[in-house]
Design a protein around this ligand. Sequence first.
Ligand code: ADP
Ligand code: MG
Ligand code: MG
Length: 873
Amino acid sequence: MTKFVYQFSEGNASMRNLLGGKGAGLAEMTSLGLPVPSGFTITTEACNDYYDNGRQISQAMQEEIFKNVELLEEKTGKKFGSLENPLLVSVRSGARASMPGMMDTILNLGINDEVAEAIASATDNARFAYDSYRRFVQMYSDVVMQVPKSEFEKHIDALKEEKGIKLDSEMDVDDLKRLVAEFKKIYTDAIGKDFPTDPKEQLLGAVEAVFRSWMNERAIYYRRINDIPASWGTGVNVQEMVFGNMGDTSGTGVAFTRNPATGENKLYGEYLLNAQGEDVVAGVRTPSHIDTLKDAMPEAYEQFANIAATLENHYHNMQDMEYTIEKGKLFILQTRNGKRTAQAALKIAVDMVNEGKITKDEALLQVEPKQLDSLLHPHFDETELKNSTPVGKGLPASPGAACGQVVFTQEDASVWAKEGKKVILVRLETSAEDVEGMHVSEGILTARGGMTSHAAVVARGMGTTCVAGCTELVFKSEKEIEINGTTFKEGDWMSLNGSTGEIYAGAIKSIPATIEGNFATFMQWADERRRLKVEMNAETKSDVERGLELGAEGIGLARTEHMFFEETKIKALRQMILAKNTEEREVALAKILPMHRENFTEIFSLTGEMPVTVRYLDPPLHEFLPKEADLQAELAAELGISAQEVAETVESMHEVNPMMGLRGCRLAICYPEIARMQTRAILEGAIEAEKKTGKKPHVELMVPLVAFEKEFNFVHDVIEEEAQTLIKETGAELNYKIGACIETPRGCLRAGDVAKKAKFFSYGTNDTTQMTCGFSRDDSGKFLESYYERNILEFDPFQKMDIEGVGELVETGLKRGRETRPDLRIGICGEHGSNPDTIEFLDKIGFDYVSCSPFRVPVARLAAAQATIKNEE
Ligand code: ADP
Ligand code: MG
Ligand code: MG
């Protein structure tokens, strides 16, 4: 029989997949002899069993849980429901990957009317007993019924208002008793049953609630944006309670071994006296800095600082710890690798290597490639910044420069962002319900909460700019705020500096970041380690320059159609498209040639001897023609033909399914003169560039959308013939190769044939995904939502490669291609080229390079280094 429950003393850090991150951490700390309250973990497999079993906790599992309760009772000398020495526990979820705030913890489970009274008299602290009780009823109801926290907060606010008090700590025993009764009534009204008084029944209800929460909407969304599969499941930790709410020698807090915003090597954290659980993170009261604990409780501080150092050395990584002090005695409740800003991540990685604490490989694995994105985000233009005065200031919770229009709800943020607007989400405080809106926002501003509040932690994880705990911010109404006399209504522009905490009215210009300092050192380590080359998808001067700055080693995809967006070029192209016969087309092509050549001279002058893969015209040509009648008439006038003629051509080119229509190599097959002109433009550009720079361009001429060997061969020969003609004319020595863009499933299967003439392959996996799954990449967004909800797909296959399906085709093509031509150079130019999971797969099967948009190049460089390290293991 599968073992579903492990005491903390039975586990360790290596059992993370089975016990979840929190459970494995608690077990490891227990084995290190640290002061961890006893408890046990119900495994992630148990969670899967619950779902396999029709959402039921099986009889056998229940028995195993209760047997472990008995073991816990023996260890602690306490008993569930006992009036002499009652055992109270917390029930805490914990998946393999940390999902902050996604699932709620229940504290003080095991309490009921009699137990509360017994605790009150035993501790001589009725306030403590009833504070614990009301928290339990509140959290249990909240989690089990899935009603928003605000339902309960309303009652607390009403009570405080009635009594004219402000702080939770000012509530007296009768107030707390009243809240217990009110909360129980909320539960009964919603569930139609009395609030459970039997601790065992409470426990099963709580465990099931944790399991259920694994499939709630927020969790599904969080998993999707963080690449976490549903099949991992969550563990449930049941742990003896220790109490931070027993008076002023008790407290609770969170701390990081290093500063998670800057990376500074100094214990960093916050705590609250006489408080419990989430009080610190929830931002209800503003916590004190951990430095002040040194004076308040020197012994506990000293002990904690030592434990922090031990844990960081033990885990070889910066730790994020949660602790509680009960009447002066310290307990550690959690440790995990701390989330950190990208700046901090780089500083910590580089510092720890320099301190001799970790290896370079460990440093490389410590930083999430996706995170580098935020470093490449812009910061405010210094001169504009000097001319602006901040209207207020909050905590610099997550760095970066953000500018957008103010919205006040997560729903509005989502709606506005979908309309293409940039938004700043302003909230009193955030909670897990806001995550989706936070994700689409440029920046987040909250009135309450510290550096470890929900908003701060989640924003740092996302790399989104955040200013938290701006106490100067006052809500005038639901959709209007005031900061030191400046009013912001919905839609007003605001700028946030997440590195200083400053808030500005209006939009401030920002400028792009550069790679220097720790970033440069770190990227150099990545480059030394990676096997895959990293190139860029780019074809304009500014993009190519940007990509080169960010470390691209060539151009993996230059889309020639993107070179026609300029006014004069598009006109000539339209003339070419509207040509009625080859002669007319040749006339138009002759106009295009010099302009097109100039594009390539420009690019090749920048790329020197790096490889540059140029893709021949790929999209359906009617995409270049105007659809509206007035624009068609304008075009007709320019070309001296009738508007009707233009309209008729547009009509005749209409395709029911353009993605499968006249595009890709089919264009060059129907109109070889286009491919001839492009060949000439590219190679003449190469000759010009060589004259300018003295460096010989390494040109790869790529035929798109190949499915059949003969398709490729036909276009290959057109290109080769033109190239040879040019060589004869000019006597130039050229360095070029002709190859195929492998996109269609048939192209993958018959790659062995294509490789007879093709000297390189580049995989355009956007089209492969489209044609393999049969999903239109322009429309699939609409129905994929339903797929995620129903757990049919967990990821967008256009973002992260479907390795099982599309990946098998890619691998098949690679193997067959290399059987024919062992030195076939192979890369990817689809959207997947910077996705870390995809990169790990491509590294494993033997790709030569990946190519992605210039901004993603550093991400791909790091992901490639990680892939090398992981695939060596
Ligand atoms: P999260 O995953 O959201 O951090 P946790 O399970 O860590 O949730 O619980 C949140 C907080 O609840 C902890 O930081 C701690 O303050 C409190 N808590 C959890 N278990 C216990 C316990 N056994 N005794 C005292 N406090 C606890
Ligand atoms: Mg925690
Ligand atoms: Mg394509």
